[in-house]
Design a protein around this ligand. Structure first.
Ligand code: SF4
Length: 66
């Protein structure tokens, strides 16, 4: 199980993750975040792609939440 989270220190709220994978990411209060209950979706290909393409590298994948 791979966790996914957004580092609010790095995210600047571009919303690209939400547009790419709306089932996992949302934007709240100007920052990207992972929808409640989808924190274990870090191994899904589209989530990994969103992490690679995040312009500020704010999407963190790993076994532990950021
Ligand atoms: S793509 Fe990156 S910078 Fe943009 S909202 Fe998502 S996490 Fe934040």
């Amino acid at each position: 199980m791979t966790k996914v989270s957004v580092d609010p220190e790095l995210c600047y709220g571009s919303g690209e993750c939400m547009y790419r994978v709306p089932s996992v990411f949302t934007v709240a209060d100007g920052f990207g975040s992972v929808i409640a209950g989808r924190e274990d979706s870090g191994s899904e290909p589209e989530v990994r792609e969103a992490a690679e393409l995040c312009p500020s590298q704010a999407i963190v994948l790993g076994s532990q939440p950021a």
